[in-house]
Structure formats: C-alpha cells, structure tokens
Design a protein around this ligand. Structure first.
Ligand SMILES: *[C@@H]1O[C@H](CO)[C@@H](O)[C@H](O)[C@H]1NC(C)=O
Ligand SMILES: *[C@@H]1O[C@H](CO)[C@@H](O)[C@H](O)[C@H]1NC(C)=O
Ligand SMILES: *[C@@H]1O[C@H](CO)[C@@H](O)[C@H](O)[C@H]1NC(C)=O
Length: 547
C-alpha cells in the first residue's frame, strides 16, 4: 500500500524536472561565432587580419545577436600551418598584435557582454618552439616532450622512417633530425612535432597553459586538438582522459569565481564516438563536442531523408541532459554556399540556429560567402601546397574558405587598406558584403538577424523537437512548447512540392510565414492553408502555427 502511494510522487517529480524552465547558463543559449583572425579585419594595412581589427568590429557581432566568439589560434607561430603550429603557447603572434591588444579586446568584449573563446591546440608544437629547439640541443626534459624513434636501415645501408605512417596532410609522419639522430612523429605538417602526452611533464605544462589564459580573463577556452581525420589514433581513451583532466582545471576556476567556462572539442568522428567527449556520470568532459554531421555527412546532393538522418543521429546518441550543437562551416571545410548551394544558405542557417541546442556560425556564413578562387601561385595552405600539384591542389586546399571577410564594396572588400592581402578577396565581393546586405530588405544577413532574434523565444530553449522528410527534397521540423509551435521547412531540391503540414499534431488550419529565404516570393505575415503548402525549389520557411 505504502509503496503504491510513493511511486506516483516520484514519477511526477521526474517528469517535471525535464519540463520546467531550468535556469540556463550563458553558453547554453548563445550563438558561437568563429572568427578566423587572419581574415576578419586588418587594422594596420599589412594585409593580415589582427586583434585590433576584431576589437574594432565586435559591435558587428552584437548586431548579429551573437554572445560568444571563438578565435582560431592567435599564438606565436612560424605559420607553416597558419597558427595551428604554435611556437609559444604563452605569447601572441606579432602580426596579430600584442598582449595589450588582447587585453583591450577582452575589455571591449566584457563591455559588450561577448564571451571570448580561445583555440587551444594541444596535440603538437611548432618545430620552432623553444621546447623543440631545446630538445634538439639534447635538453633531456624537453627531448621527452616529443615522440622519437630510431630509423630502420635497409640492406643497402639507407635509413628509412620507423614506420610507413602517413601524416594527415600527406607524406610521411616521421621526420629525421640529424642533431639527435632520430625521427620525430608529426601527425600533421613537418613543422608540427607531436607532443608526448605519456610524459606527465607535458600534461602539467599544458594545464599551465590553460591556467595562464584563464587568468587573463578568457571566460572560456576550448581545445581543438584534431581538425582532420583521426585515422591513426590508437589511444582514444588516453585522449578522452586528457579532456577530463582539462575540464577539472576549468572547474577549479569556476569554484574560485563562480563563472562557467565552456570547453569545446573538435574530433572528426562518428556521433557515437563523439559522445564519449561529454564524459559520464563520474567524470565531466567537454560541454560541446563539435557535431560535424552537417559538415561530414551531408551536402547539396543529400536528400531530405539523409538530412533528417544526419541531424537526428547526434540527438539520438546525445546524453539526455547535455546540449547538442550545430555546426555547418569552419575554416577547414568548403563554405555552405559552395558545399550546398547559394540558395540553401538561409535554410542551413535556420537549421543551425533553430534546432535544439547551441548554434555555431563560421564568419561569413551569415552573409552567404562562397569559396574564393585562389590560384596555385597564391596558395599558402599546406593542405594545398603539399600536393605539389598545380592542377588538383584546390581539392585539398583550405584557402578558399579562408579568403578575407567581405565587409563592403570598397578596396579589398573593406578588409584591408593595404595593397596586398594574404589571400585574394573572393570575386563577388562588390555585391556580396555586409554593407549591401544591411540595406537590402531581404538579405542573408537580415534573415540571419531575424533567426538569431527568434531564437531568444523560450520555445527554442525548452521545446520539443520532431522532424520529417516529406519526399526527396523537403525536410521539416517542428518545435513546440506549451501552446506555441513553429515549423521550419527546407526544400533541398530545385523542384517545387506541395506538402501537408497537418502531418504534425495540432496543426489543423493555418500557418503564418515569419521568415522566408531570399528567393522565396512569400511575404512575412502571409497566412497559408496548412494542408497544402507549396514549397518552391530551394525555398526555406519559418512558419508559426496558428490555432
Ligand atoms: C620546420 O618545418 C618546416 C616545414 O614544415 C621547415 O620548412 C622548417 O625549416 C623547419 N624549421 C626548423 C627550424 O627546423
Ligand atoms: C592528439 O593527441 C591525442 C593524445 O595524445 C592522440 O591520441 C591523438 O591521436 C592525437 N590526434 C592527432 C590527430 O594528432
Ligand atoms: C600602396 O601602393 C601605393 C603605390 O605604389 C603606395 O603609394 C602606398 O603607400 C601603398 N600602401 C601601402 C599601405 O603599402
């Protein structure tokens, strides 16, 4: 008798804890905007973006409705891999600015309430780091910071690398150094010797790096220890163990000042494996293991069903009390307008900003920038140069998605007053830029702002989610909470379809257009009959359900 009485009470408590409006932390509701500092804004005319350029334009992020930005690495580097080869984890690259410039950026960000996230690349250092140079000089402590092996001598007396491993950017993963008579391991370019995480000194040193920047007031500090395929990873459990330990460093800081820091991790892996980075009941990991479904699993050829499958898979594997995140672009992959199509830019932004979870935008995706053309002569990315192939280099080069940000129709798209920019500006900048889109009523930029504003509606924080692939082209999802509901419809094909939205529960009569993609002839506030909505080719809509 007693237990019968108790049970329903427990049940009610369990239910309500998932339905009630939990107080959410800043990072749980914001949009993260990735800035590639080298290409955002050049403040001194040298053709290279810099920290002051970011500081001067932080208000633009505010205008978009963005609350946090993560910066690709700004640390001292010889730039063989544009900052992902760090020479000094405690210093800023001169061409980007000084520590004072960084402190000014932090102050301005604080004033505007924009969080700054730094990109920490813990896997390797530059071959021109003090640590590596000391290692070559035979300094034992630093020698053990890296992974060394003897070469193999064949019957002709010729020395070969210890194994036939190939680095992620092609060519052998081993490089010989005469100074010590051994090969060192580099999973990326030759200029990026891998750090040896089996050495406790390395583990401690890297924690100190995190502490150093957290003390500078970086509210956040993600780690980014892998940005290409993880083919040769043998020690996944060890990697995840490091993530847990870094989270402990973050949490120590939170204990001191009550501020939460967010850790993002970047690993190109399956959704199921990505979940390991969240941690488990006993150990917390990253709050945001990047979800690469929209990058790796689908593109402009994908059917509505494939889109649904890719989006649902992260949600399916995700721990119930963690947040999903939606990433459609970054500095390593072709732009949305090029990978999907220019017509689908608004639709993809609807997905990244209105799906349940955290939104992430790579700079330029809000205006629909396309991959720039970079000739073989102008190519600087090792991903392109290492091919030694002036014809096919562009397939693996990451320069096209890194061309200067398009601010205006001015010289160099308003990116730089200099005579030469580090990468050429994309050809279409006179028409495709922030200034033009600001004053065009229906532009990618204005649609993005409307989506970012709509995202503040409670519905997108707390509501349920349901999706459907109607046919080859049309993918739709519904978000509903209490008595309100929105439906997002995206047509991934160029042909028109008529769909019946009464498929969704409680959608009976009419829906109202709130936001429509730029090529859509439908106006905001237009009311449509829910049971036969005509969706034109590549059209995307955010609809409000009328009751
Ligand atoms: C570092 O590696 C790059 C190749 O990525 C090479 O050009 C450069 O000479 C190396 N620097 C040193 C000091 O070994
Ligand atoms: C990064 O470092 C971890 C930990 O040592 C290692 O397991 C992983 O293979 C590395 N990944 C790459 C791509 O270098
Ligand atoms: C650009 O070139 C012009 C003409 O050669 C020169 O006068 C000017 O100083 C240069 N500007 C910069 C920023 O280098």
């Amino acid at each position: 008798m007693k237990s019968l009485l108790v049970l329903p009470v427990l049940f009610a408590v369990a239910l309500s804890s998932y339905n009630k409006e939990k107080e959410l932390d800043w990072w749980e509701t914001t949009i993260f905007y990735q800035i590639y500092p080298r290409s955002f804004k050049d403040s001194n005319g040298d053709g290279i973006g810099d920290i002051n350029g970011i500081t001067e334009n932080l208000e633009y992020l505010k205008e978009l409705g963005i609350g946090a930005t993560w910066l690709s690495p700004i640390f001292k580097s010889p730039m063989y891999d544009f900052g992902y080869d760090i020479a000094d984890f405690y210093a800023i690259q001169e061409e980007y600015g000084t520590i004072e410039d960084f402190e000014n950026l932090m102050a301005k960000a604080k004033e505007l309430d924009i969080k700054i996230v730094l990109d920490f690349v813990p896997n390797h250092t530059s071959n021109e780091s003090v640590w590596f140079e000391e290692a070559l000089r035979g300094h034992e402590k630093y020698f053990d910071y890296f992974i060394w092996e003897d070469g193999v001598v064949d019957e002709n007396g010729v020395m070969h690398p210890p194994t036939n491993w190939v680095s992620a950017l092609r060519k052998s993963a081993w490089e010989y150094r005469e100074e010590v008579g051994k090969y060192y391991l580099h999973q990326f370019v030759i200029g990026q010797p891998d750090l040896n995480y089996r050495n406790p000194d390395v583990v401690e040193e890297m924690k100190n790096v995190i502490r150093f920047w957290l003390e500078k007031g970086v509210a956040d500090d993600p780690d980014n220890y892998d940005y290409l395929n993880h083919i040769y990873t043998k020690d996944l459990d060890e990697t995840i163990e490091m993530v847990f330990q870094w989270r402990e460093v973050f949490d120590d800081f939170k204990e001191k000042d009550g501020l939460s820091r967010v850790m993002m991790t970047e690993a190109y892996t399956t959704p199921k494996m990505a979940m390991k980075y969240y941690g488990n009941r006993d150990r917390k990991g990253a709050q945001m293991p990047f979800n690469f479904a929209l990058i790796s699993d689908v593109n402009g050829d994908s059917s509505a069903a494939e889109i649904k499958y890719a989006l649902d898979s992260f949600l399916t594997f995700k721990p119930i009390d963690e947040h999903a995140n939606w990433v459609a672009g970054n500095h390593d992959v072709s732009r949305v307008a090029s990978r999907f199509s220019p017509e689908l830019v608004d639709g993809i932004n609807m997905i990244t900003l209105l799906m349940p979870g955290i939104g992430v935008t790579y700079m330029g995706e809000e205006i629909g920038m396309v991959d720039g053309y970079v000739s073989w002569e102008d190519t600087v990315d090792p991903g392109g140069c290492n091919t030694d192939d002036p014809i096919n280099y562009w397939i693996t080069s990451r320069d096209p998605q890194r061309t200067p940000f398009q601010w205006s129709a001015d010289k160099n798209a308003g990116f730089s007053v200099g005579n030469k920019t580090w990468l050429p500006v994309a050809a279409d900048f006179e028409n495709l830029n922030v200034e033009v889109q600001r004053v065009t009523e229906k532009s990618h930029l204005n649609i993005y702002k409307a989506l970012a504003a709509l995202r503040n509606d409670k519905i997108f924080r707390y509501s349920r989610y349901e999706s459907v692939a109607y046919n080859e082209g049309v993918f739709a999802f519904r978000r509903w909470y209490n008595k309100k509901a929105y439906i997002v419809v995206i047509n991934f094909r160029q042909e028109a379809y008529t769909i019946d939205l009464t498929y969704f529960e409680n959608v009976n009569k009419k829906v109202q257009v709130l936001i429509s993609s730029i090529q859509s002839p439908k106006n905001s506030w237009e009311v449509l009959q829910a049971d036969k909505v005509e969706i034109l080719g590549s059209e995307s809509l955010v609809l409000k359900v009328l009751f």
